[in-house]
Design a protein around this ligand. Structure first.
Ligand code: BDR
Ligand code: CA
Length: 349
């Protein structure tokens, strides 16, 4: 079994002579290539969360790569009333009150909700001064929005990006099985193998909160790319990286730096690491720059029975079973490239 470099979106090199303006205009590597494919249509399914917030901002800052069809919120880091409020706050910071924000499921499919205020603070978005958002919450619930969007858009053109527990996605698949084959790909943050658990010794938070939902998505027979803790723990928001974002000297830059100032304290104290891991932005960054990441196509199943290891992602990294691969399990990232991308893109907002 070999490590794979995820596929790169097809891009065309445009010679400087073919463009109007100065060749200097082409110096930023993010801008130096012309996207040959249209921006990828995505739905972000999220439980903000400071790292979710950065992921949303990165998507909003990247219209040439990403066509954000809508945001669906789920209960996770904090209850649904707070995650949907936080998602609207993030859109407002970016000046994007036009984005449709939907509230989805308030609790996991079969279990009581577990939350993570100990990581994200009481609001889920502790750090900056928060305000009551004025942009409206969509009257369409999140699960209905996922179903309707997948039925409306051409088959194979919508990517689902879950950044929290997989409840909304699994509920949509359960209510409307016809949409499953219409999904282009699921690119999610969740799971762990070498890093094992962050909410229990065995399980990563997003998978642990709704393990039945996670198994339903992994077993749906559609392309899945996973950003487990194995990679996100390499995406550390160190002090110099946070300061570079603060130095953008914009509303988004200050808001993000204040969120990350708060967010880092938990992991620094727990792991003795250099900063907090930016878990969820890895999902959006992967859509923009898959070349920054590498992983393996392997079989991944979720433990749903055992109390001891509930929510563990049993990842056949070494290929010791004959279970068919069902996910691209990412293991590594060029973290400097990742933070360079995030900082440059947030600088546009
Ligand atoms: C995941 O759990 C949440 O706390 C973060 O937002 C991320 O999605 C990391 O385990
Ligand atoms: Ca999250």
């Amino acid at each position: 079994m070999t490590d794979v470099q995820p596929r790169r979106l097809l891009r065309l090199d445009i010679p400087a002579s073919a463009c109007k303006g100065s060749p200097d205009d082409l110096k930023d590597p993010d801008m130096s290539e012309q996207t040959a494919t249209p921006p990828r249509k995505i739905i972000i399914d999220t439980d903000p969360g400071q790292d979710d917030a950065v992921a949303i901002l990165l998507a909003l800052a990247s219209p040439e790569d990403i066509d954000l069809l809508g945001i669906t919120c789920v209960a996770g880091n904090v209850p649904l009333a707070l995650t949907q409020t936080n998602a609207r706050r993030v859109c407002e910071v970016a000046g994007r009150s036009d984005v449709a924000v939907h509230a989805g499921c308030a609790a996991p499919l079969q279990r009581p909700l577990v939350t993570a205020e100990h990581v994200h603070g009481k609001t889920g978005l502790d750090g900056p001064d928060l305000w009551e958002p004025t942009m409206p919450l969509s009257p369409v619930d999140g699960v209905t929005f996922i179903i309707d969007t997948l039925r409306r858009e051409p088959a194979g053109t919508v990517t689902l990006c879950p950044l929290g527990p997989l409840t909304n996605i699994a509920a949509a698949f359960e209510q409307a099985p016809d949409i499953i084959e219409r999904v282009q790909e699921v690119v999610l943050m969740g799971g762990a193998y070498f890093e094992v658990g962050n909410i229990t010794p065995a399980a990563e938070f997003n998978i642990y909160v709704d393990p039945e939902a996670a198994q339903a998505v992994l077993g749906a027979g559609i392309p899945v790319t996973m950003m487990p803790l194995d990679v996100t723990h390499k995406a550390l928001a160190t002090r110099p990286r946070i300061d570079a974002i603060r130095a953008l000297n914009s509303r988004v830059g200050t808001f993000t730096a204040e969120m990350l100032d708060f967010f880092e304290r938990f992991d620094v104290e727990k792991y003795g690491s250099d900063g907090g891991p930016l878990h969820d932005p890895c999902v959006i960054a992967y859509l923009i720059r898959p070349d920054l990441f590498s992983g393996r196509h392997i079989n991944v199943m979720v433990e749903t029975g055992s109390d001891l290891t509930l929510g563990m992602t049993v990842a056949d990294w070494w290929g010791v079973t004959d279970r068919a691969a069902n996910a691209l399990f990412i293991g590594d990232v060029d973290s400097d490239g990742l933070f360079d991308l995030i900082t440059k893109r947030l600088g546009r907002l």
